[in-house]
Design a binder for this molecule. Structure first.
Ligand code: SAM
Ligand code: SF4
Length: 353
C-alpha cells in the first residue's frame, strides 16, 4: 500500500471577513489571485522536482478556495501527483457553489467538498456576519449531488450570539435533512486579535456550548453519522482521510502562504502574507519562514493528544483511566473518550503520560 502523504494548498482570499475568523486570509487582495495561483504551481513543481511523494490526500483550504477562478485552481491541483483513489477536498462557501464550479473541480480529480454552512437559521447567519442564506446551502448540496462527487462535508458552528439551543437544534436538523455523509460541528472559539475577541458581550457561554455539543452528538449519531473525532461525524467510509493523516502524525507538505508542512518530526511553515509569498517564489527562494523539530518525547505526547481526540483513543498505559471514570471508557486495550469526556478533552489530555 502507498505510504500516506498529504498535500495542503492554502488560498488566502475571502469576499468578506467574518469577525470571528483568525485564519490567514485577506479581502482586499483580489488583484493578486492570478499571480498567486501561478506561484502555487511553481512551488509545487519545485517540490515534485525534489522528489515529493505522491499524495494520498489533498486538501485545498482557506480563506475561500471557491472564490478564485475554478480553472486556475484546477490547474494547481493537476500539478500535484496523486495516488490512485486519492481523496481531494476543496473548501467552498455556499454562495460560490454552482454545478459548473463543481464539474470543473471534479474534472481535476476533486472527489470531496467541504461546505461552510455554519448555521441553517437566518438570524444566526446574520449574527455570524455570513453572506449566504439557507437557499444557497440547499442549491450547493444539490449541485454536488448532480455532478456526483464521491462525498462532501458540511461545517456548522454553535455558540453565536443570540443563538438559542432550539436554533442550534434546527441547524443540525436542517443540515441532516440534506443527508450529508460528513458533518464537522465546531464550538465558536474566541480567537485573539479578532473583532469578536474585542467584544465580550458576544462571547459564547461554556455551559450552553456543552449542551449544544450534546444535542449535535445525539442527532448526528441517531442519523447514522458516527463521531470519529471530537468535532467530526461521518457515515462509515466517509471519514476525512486528510484530517486522519494529520491526527496520525503522518507527513504532509503545505503550499502557499501560511501553509504548514511536516516531515519525520520536523515542522515548518511558510511566510504569512501573500505578498511575501509571491516575492519569495518570484525570486526563486523557498517561502519557508521558520521551523521546529520535536524531540521524541514531545512527538510521543503530541501523538497521544491527537489520538485521544479520535475514536481510536490511546493505549491503556498512557492514562490512569480508572481515575477518570465517566470521561473515558475501555475499548479492549485502549481508553477512548466518552461524550462527556469529549467535552473535556483538553482536561483529560493534560493527564496523558
Ligand atoms: C477557515 S474556514 C474556510 C471555509 C470557508 N471560508 C468558510 O468560512 O466557510 C474553515 C472553517 O473554520 C471554522 N471556523 C473559522 N473560525 C472559527 C472560530 N473562531 N470558531 C470556530 N470555528 C471557526 C468554520 O466552521 C469554517 O467553516
Ligand atoms: S470564516 Fe471562512 S469566509 Fe469567513 S473570513 Fe474566515 S476563511 Fe473567510
Amino acid at each position: 500500500m502507498t505510504e500516506r502523504f498529504g498535500v495542503y494548498v492554502h488560498i488566502p482570499f475571502c469576499a468578506h471577513r467574518c469577525d470571528y475568523c483568525a485564519f490567514a486570509t485577506w479581502t482586499d487582495r483580489a488583484h493578486l489571485i492570478d499571480d498567486y495561483l501561478a506561484a502555487l504551481r511553481t512551488e509545487v513543481s519545485w517540490a515534485v522536482d525534489a522528489g515529493m511523494p505522491v499524495a494520498t490526500s489533498v486538501f485545498v483550504g482557506g480563506g475561500t478556495p471557491s472564490l478564485v477562478p475554478a480553472d486556475g485552481l484546477a490547474a494547481v491541483i493537476r500539478c500535484v501527483p496523486v495516488a490512485f483513489g486519492a481523496e481531494v477536498t476543496i473548501e467552498c462557501n455556499p454562495d460560490d457553489v454552482t454545478e459548473d464550479l463543481i464539474d470543473t473541480y471534479a474534472k481535476a480529480g476533486v472527489d470531496r467538498v467541504s461546505i461552510g454552512v455554519q448555521s441553517m437559521v437566518p438570524h444566526v447567519l446574520a449574527a455570524l456576519g455570513r453572506t449566504h442564506d439557507i437557499g444557497n446551502v440547499e442549491r450547493a448540496v444539490a449541485a454536488v449531488r448532480k455532478v456526483g462527487l464521491r462525498t462532501f462535508n458540511l461545517d456548522i458552528i454553535y455558540g453565536a450570539v443570540g443563538e438559542s439551543t432550539a436554533d442550534w437544534r434546527t441547524t443540525v436538523e436542517r443540515a441532516l435533512a440534506l443527508e450529508p455523509p460528513h458533518v464537522s460541528a465546531y464550538g465558536l472559539t474566541v480567537e485573539p486579535g479578532t473583532p469578536l475577541a474585542a467584544d465580550p458581550a458576544r462571547y459564547p457561554d461554556d455551559d450552553t456550548q456543552a449542551d449544544e455539543y450534546e444535542i449535535a452528538d445525539e442527532l448526528l449519531t441517531a442519523a447514522g453519522l458516527a463521531n470519529y473525532e471530537v468535532s467530526n461525524w461521518a457515515r462509515p467510509g466517509h471519514e476525512c482521510r486528510h484530517n486522519l493523516l494529520y491526527w496520525g502524525q503522518h507527513d504532509y507538505r503545505g503550499f502557499g502562504c501560511a501553509a504548514h508542512s511536516h516531515r519525520a518530526g520536523r515542522r515548518w511553515w511558510n511566510v504569512r502574507t501573500p505578498e511575501r509569498y509571491l516575492e519569495a517564489v518570484a525570486a526563486g527562494r523557498s517561502a519557508e519562514a521558520a521551523g521546529e523539530t520535536l524531540d521524541d518525547d514531545a512527538k510521543r505526547i503530541e501523538g497521544l493528544q491527537l489520538s485521544l481526540r479520535t475514536g481510536a483513543g490511546v493505549p491503556a498505559d498512557a492514562l490512569d483511566g480508572e481515575a477518570l471514570a465517566g470521561l473515558v471508557e475501555r475499548h479492549d486495550d485502549r481508553w477512548v473518550l466518552t461524550r462527556r469526556g469529549r467535552l473535556m478533552a483538553n482536561e483529560v489530555a493534560v493527564r496523558l503520560r
